[in-house]
Design a protein around this ligand. Sequence first.
Ligand code: NAP
Length: 254
Amino acid sequence: MAMEIKGSVALVTGGNRGIGEAFVRAFLEAGAAKVYVGTREIANAKHLVDEGQGRAVAVQLDVTNPDHIARAAQQCGDVSIIVNNAGMFLMKRLIGAPDMSAARAEMEANYFAPLAMSRAFAPVLAKHPASAIVNVLSAGAIVAVPGMGGYSPSKFAARAMSTCTRAELAEQKTHVCALIVGSVDTRMASHVEGYKEPPSKIAEAGLSAIKRGIDEVDTDYMAMQVRAMLQLDPKAQERMMTRSLRGERVTTGR
Ligand SMILES: NC(=O)c1ccc[n+]([C@@H]2O[C@H](COP(=O)([O-])OP(=O)(O)OC[C@H]3O[C@@H](n4cnc5c(N)ncnc54)[C@H](OP(=O)(O)O)[C@@H]3O)[C@@H](O)[C@H]2O)c1
């Protein structure tokens, strides 16, 4: 199920900064007719609305708020591509945290929110002969990363959700693509040492996956490295992260 970006109407959640912002710019550059910039604060998307010169529209969208999602589905009734990019990483341990609030919040933002968006927008996407949902996941969705608390489990859940919704939406020709993202130079990864990709690289991989109708893509060097390591030695990542939990220095290499 390949589709054209030129002339499409995209909505990017968490579109105001980081990888989401790069997606907004990539859609504009590729000739999208309109890009809705999902943002918790409308003012935070002003720079992109200005850059879009009439083609970028800010939409207030906290993806954990069901009222916001319902309103966005009404307001953006012409959308043909959704990018579920908004995400949360709280850097708490699963056992070591004082309670489960962080693990629950990550599950809400990283799993239930993209599912709620997919459900709300499925009838909107169905109006088009071809449409797409892109779920921005993580290498933490293919290999559990000890020390990342609820983040990895939430991205595993979102990856399974991507597979299930892909099957459910195939009949209406909505293609669901899962992006396996490694290490990217954004605020979320400000604590990460070592090589980080520019956000534009992830957006470029995402648009290419939409155009070619690909189910799952490793978007960058680290994602590919994790996938390869998983094949060669499935326990290697776990051993490395266990060392990191003990206080040893572990970096993303290239
Ligand atoms: N950076 C990496 O190395 C990396 C690696 C793998 C996967 N990812 C994934 O890539 C995606 C984007 O992350 P990023 O690196 O660009 O992080 P970022 O720079 O921290 O940006 C996160 C974005 O998500 C938004 N957001 C968070 N919670 C939200 C909510 N409840 N409703 C709406 N928007 C919300 C933020 O909005 P505000 O500006 O309002 O806070 C911001 O726009 C995430 O799904 C993340 O898990 C990132």
